[in-house]
Design a protein around this ligand. Structure first.
Ligand SMILES: [Fe+2]
Length: 373
């Protein structure tokens, strides 16, 4: 037994001999055992005290083992339940496993065998709890890094969050697992973390970067990798941080990887990052309208970007915008019902100004190759 406090086990069995054998043997082995004779007493015990595991007989008069298991699932979800059964009820025991039992033992059993089973179940629970804890720590650390970067570079405020949202959209659209989607979204939040190591005054300026400034800018990918390397639980984000400036045709950096040599995570971030960079204002240029940014992505699919990723993004962002605009229309309709609309001169002036900006924009001068951050 690895933990300091004794493991607390509740034994539920109507057979007195089984209760006694388990209680005696397991107590000698260092477990803290409470044995009860029926389901009702088991529920009372579980409400009053905390147990780590339970050994539950399937066939008992009154409340049977399956019902006890179901109630334990509600009252003590952290607990490891192991069913005890005779040959005649093995099918019920496998049904119990589908309903949350960790495993079952066949009577007559050796107590040593039961202890081995319990320990494996407890170890699995410990690992699951540790995993959940690590995931929380990862989320908090990622957010802290993202906040730090955005605090240092006001021009990218909101950028990481938006890139994360677009990356999630693509990853979901590609049918990746929930875990992969979360990892990609987290990597997006810190993709530019390496910029913490470079001078922003040199980079956020209206004039083009000098060659050495550009080299400095490019180093944020390797700096990001270097920053995350000592933090083991963030390692899964490194492929996105390190490779998000690779290009499909191999002309990107830091390694010049070609096509699928670049990890999928990074190919997704590249599209999400570039779209957001194009549609946001920067010191050196104005934001591009959505349609123009999408045309740019499509124009560079197969050279700068993974064509499949672009295709999925274009489809998903269209769906997202459609959803948002119908939501906005519904709100407008609701507002119209509650409050008659009054024409706003300011709004119409702003709209005219936006249209003028959009139409005067010269897309050809803004090749996507220069974008992405
Ligand atoms: Fe970047």
């Amino acid at each position: 037994m690895s933990s300091q406090a004794p493991t607390r086990v509740l034994v539920v069995d109507d057979e007195r001999s089984i209760r006694e054998v388990l209680e005696d043997f397991m107590t000698v082995e260092g477990y803290d055992v409470v044995a009860v004779a029926n389901g009702e007493a088991a529920l009372e015990a579980i409400v009053a005290q905390r147990f780590d595991a339970a050994l539950i007989d399937l066939k008992m008069p009154g409340m049977d083992g399956l019902e006890v298991l179901a109630r334990f699932g509600e009252l003590a979800p952290h607990l490891v339940p192991v069913m005890m059964t005779g040959y005649g009820t093995v099918e019920t025991a496998t049904a119990a496993m589908r309903n949350g039992a960790y495993d079952y033992v066949l009577k007559p059993f050796k107590v040593r065998e039961v202890i081995g089973l319990l320990e494996r179940g407890l170890e699995q629970k410990r690992l699951e709890a540790e995993n959940v804890h690590l995931k929380d720590v990862l989320k908090q650390t990622v957010q802290a890094f993202a906040n730090l970067l955005e605090d240092k570079d006001p021009y990218t405020r909101g950028h990481s969050e938006r890139v994360s949202r677009y990356a999630r959209m693509i990853a979901e659209g590609m049918g990746l697992s929930d875990e992969q989607v979360d990892t990609i979204a987290d990597a997006a939040l810190v993709h530019d973390i390496g910029k913490l190591g470079i001078r922003f005054e040199d980079l956020n300026k209206a004039e083009p970067l000098t060659e050495s400034e550009y080299e400095m800018f490019k180093s944020h990918t390797t700096r990001g990798k270097w920053m995350l390397e000592p933090i083991e639980f963030m390692h899964e984000l490194i492929p996105g941080v390190y490779h998000h400036h690779e290009r499909w045709d191999g002309k990107g950096y830091p390694l010049g990887l070609v096509g699928e040599e670049t990890p999928l995570m990074a190919r997704i971030l590249s599209v999400a990052d570039t779209y957001d960079a194009m549609t946001s204002h920067r010191a050196y240029r104005r934001a591009l309208p959505h349609d123009v940014a999408v045309r740019e992505l499509e124009a560079f699919a197969g050279t700068q970007f993974d064509p499949q990723v672009v295709e999925v993004f274009v489809r998903e962002i269209a769906r997202d915008r459609q959803g948002q605009s119908s939501k906005a229309q519904r709100w407008k309709a609701l507002e119209g019902i509650s409050r008659p609309a009054t024409p706003s001169r300011v709004n119409s002036q702003e709209t005219a100004q936006e249209t003028a900006e959009a139409t005067s924009f010269d897309a050809a001068s803004m090749a996507a190759t220069s974008l992405g951050e």
